[in-house]
Write a protein that binds this ligand. Structure first.
Ligand SMILES: Cc1cc2nc3c(=O)[nH]c(=O)nc-3n(C[C@H](O)[C@H](O)[C@H](O)COP(=O)(O)OP(=O)(O)OC[C@H]3O[C@@H](n4cnc5c(N)ncnc54)[C@H](O)[C@@H]3O)c2cc1C
Length: 511
């Protein structure tokens, strides 16, 4: 097979191709570029921009985050925090020692106000009591981390069993008990957003506690998350990234040649959708797990070893989307940061509607009030699961109409003016993402994540490292985060550097 790639990089040393220009691919490229042996490096990115699931857009006269929102656990152990600080992208408060020391346990803060779907305000005391029950149970599940057996397979089943047990001791009237269950249902939906899953019943119980929370009060980028990936791109040699270059198939375990390098053979050749071929010594795959799942049958030639393919099928990858609404006048109180929506007559103990389409908006957890807008007022709603994927199939007008009705119910004001405009993410329909982030699904464990991260060929005695794997879904304890993705890119860069250094040692000093 001959190369028809037009973006050949000059330089000696091994040829490395990185598939995907998200934070994992960019971090890896940055690290390799600092090493003198890796001057022959290309990042092939399917879309017209770098950053992947870090995506900030100018809108409503400010910046909104379509993808990653917070630095989770912004403290010294978080490489995204450190990099952002180095580039001067964070404010004084985010950098403060005080902020870094806060231990949140990874739980979303309590809402400023909580409304039911028919406009009743739920008291702070009742919401706090249910939050304490729910997050107490979430923390309790860590004890199953190394257990050989768990009482039930999923996080959802465990939570429901425990909620039923607690409920037996509730002494209030029936109406209050129903309201408590409805509030708990909202917390279940919040956790679906956090984990990027349709249902807590899909999350495996034993490995749930392996996800690690770093200290620090989650913070945002005042001028947008994408400022970080933009800085990373700017630090790379010009033309390292080739945009609009979707990869179709990775041919590996071969012996490929190109016309311009007669006599040289390469174990890997990357075929792009436009017909170009890029021969290489090493390819690092950083594409999202959702894309990998969809293209598993055609993305690798020869196909992946059965165990690795099975790990890709088993690890979960779900959808969490955002819906931004712009208002001329706020209907919320000054200082309100988070409006929780509690759907009356819902309960985590009852099966959700079999047709999520019918009332898709009932999966919405509420809204965060975005702070950084001067003259307009913007709310950001979160919605996960199949309902979120269904929302993506609706028109803007349909979504706006449904949410206007929801808000009129919630505020008890049938005259509430409709939002002036809206913007939403559609991560499930994005062809090179196919969802939001990964989770450890029932039937899989952290070992599957490690298996996914293993380079190929797996059975080789000599460390050839033909195909390597990075990206958030390959980090066993920080999956689903930007820092997990960045660390995974660094991990694979270090793997290649170690190989290069050991080979250089074997060759001995050059005279
Ligand atoms: C709505 C949402 C909210 C989130 N909130 C947070 C948060 O608050 N905090 C946090 O830490 N994390 C958050 N995340 C997760 C975080 O964004 C991701 O974990 C991280 O950005 C993933 O980086 P990555 O490099 O692994 O993958 P990506 O950023 O997805 O990069 C992969 C790249 O590969 C490219 N690609 C795909 N297929 C091909 C192909 N065939 N050929 C070439 N290129 C290809 C894609 O276009 C993409 O650019 C959120 C994600 C979403 C969707």
């Amino acid at each position: 097979m001959e190369s028809s790639g037009s973006a050949e990089a000059p330089g000696l040393g091994p040829r490395v191709l990185v598939v995907g220009g998200g934070i994992a691919g960019l971090g890896l490229a940055q690290r390799l570029c600092r090493h003198p042996a890796f001057s022959h490096l290309r990042v092939l990115e399917a879309t017209a921009r770098a950053g992947g699931r870090i995506r900030s857009e100018r809108s409503f006269g400010g910046v909104v985050e379509v993808g990653a929102h917070w630095i989770h656990g912004p403290s010294q152990g978080n490489p995204v925090f450190q990099l952002a600080a180095k580039y001067g992208l964070l404010g004084e408060k985010e950098l403060s020692e005080e902020n870094q020391l806060v231990e949140t346990g990874g739980h979303v803060g309590l809402p400023s106000v909580s409304y039911t779907s028919s406009g009743r305000t739920v008291t702070f005391e009742l919401v706090a009591e249910m939050a304490s029950l729910f997050y107490g149970l979430i923390d309790q599940m860590r004890e199953f981390q190394h257990a050989a057996h768990t009482p039930v397979p999923s996080v959802g089943e465990y939570l429901k069993k425990e909620v039923s047990r607690h409920m037996a001791c509730w002494t209030e009237n029936e109406e209050t008990k129903k309201l408590k269950l409805a509030v708990l249902n909202t917390f279940f939906n919040v956790e679906c957003c956090v984990s990027g899953t349709h249902s807590m019943d899909l999350l495996a119980l034993a490995p749930f506690g392996e996800y690690t929370v770093l200290p620090g009060l989650d913070c945002t980028f005042p001028r947008g998350y994408q400022g970080l990936t933009n800085c990373m791109v700017a630090s790379l040699p010009k033309d390292t990234i080739v945009f609009n270059k979707p990869v179709k198939t990775i041919h590996w375990n071969g012996s490929f040649q190109e016309a311009t390098s007669p006599g040289q053979t390469f174990p890997v050749s990357v075929e792009c959708e436009d017909g170009a071929f890029f021969p290489a010594h090493h390819v690092v795959v950083t594409v999202p797990l959702g894309f990998l799942k969809e293209r598993l049958d055609t993305f690798f030639e020869p196909p992946l070893p059965a165990e690795k393919a099975e790990a890709i099928r088993k690890i979960g990858f779900g959808t969490n989307n955002k819906i931004f609404l712009e208002f001329e006048e706020p209907f919320w109180e000054p200082g309100c940061q988070h409006i929780q929506v509690v759907w009356e007559d819902t309960s985590p103990l009852e099966d959700a509607a079999p047709e999520p389409q019918a009332a898709w908006f009932k999966k919405l957890i509420g809204f965060f009030v975005l702070p950084s807008f001067e003259s307009v007022h913007v709310l950001c709603g979160f919605i996960a699961g199949l309902e979120s994927e269904f929302m993506e199939t609706l028109s803007d007008e349909e979504v706006l109409l449904s949410l206007t009705q929801v808000l009129r119910g919630v505020t008890g004001n049938p005259q509430l003016p409709a939002p002036r405009s809206m913007l939403r993410s559609c991560w499930h329909s994005a062809p090179y993402t196919r969802g939001s982030y990964s989770y450890v699904a029932v039937g899989s464990t952290g070992d599957d994540i490690d298996l996914l991260a293993q380079p190929l060929p797996a059975d080789s005695k000599e460390a050839q490292l033909q195909v390597l794997f990075a990206g958030e879904a390959t980090h066993r304890t920080f999956y689903s985060t930007t820092h997990g993705a960045l660390l995974s890119g660094w991990r694979e860069a270090d793997r290649l550097i170690a190989l290069q250094d050991s080979q250089a040692q074997l060759r001995g000093p050059r005279l």
